[in-house]
Design a protein around this ligand. Sequence first.
Ligand SMILES: [Zn+2]
Length: 231
Amino acid sequence: MPEDWDRAVAVAAHPDDLEYGLASAVARWTGQRKHVSYLLATRGEAGIAGLPPDQVGPLRVEEERRGAALVGVTEVEFLDHPDGLVEYGTALRRDLAAAFRRLQPQVIITMNFDLTWGEEGPVNHADHRAVGLATLDACRDAANGWVFPEAGPPCTDIRDAYVATAGAPTHFVDVTDTIDAGVASLREHRAYIEGLGREFDPDEFLKNLAGYAGLGAACEYAVALRRYPMG
Ligand SMILES: [Zn+2]
């Protein structure tokens, strides 16, 4: 993946989404003194079975901020859409476009929004599908001053969006030197991982994923992304 840019925004639906693989790449970029912000559609308040949303929301916001800090990200914004019920539509596109106009990124990164994880894998979360598609559309919205004119002056610098953990990757980021920071970042999501109610080892999980991507990228560990040029 080209690295001739200075500012990126990474967009996801929930706290922890960006930590499932992408954070290792973020650690590489912030190590190059690039500026990366996180933008999350929800606070993840409906994400832990048995714990009520009013307790879970603040907990997961804190986990996200701590995990982000471990990969050099200090700017984490929450758009406060309802967890589990995020809708693709103009409200979400407006919130994303307004954030892009404030943050003025050149590159947008988001997560897989395919219907399924892989060809025969489980159905992807409805929030992931809504947020991923709206993120791509909001790149164009942000550049068009006639769309959402109340949401600040246009942002015309977005050249490409990249989607992580999607099928048919076109680009790779070598994360061999930063995967441990990515693992530490995922480990910060303690309440979420405990709430899974089963054994889960972030180190093993992320190294398997990145090791597999690394096979196609001729390095030990990689993050695979699919590029969507913005024209
Ligand atoms: Zn998620």
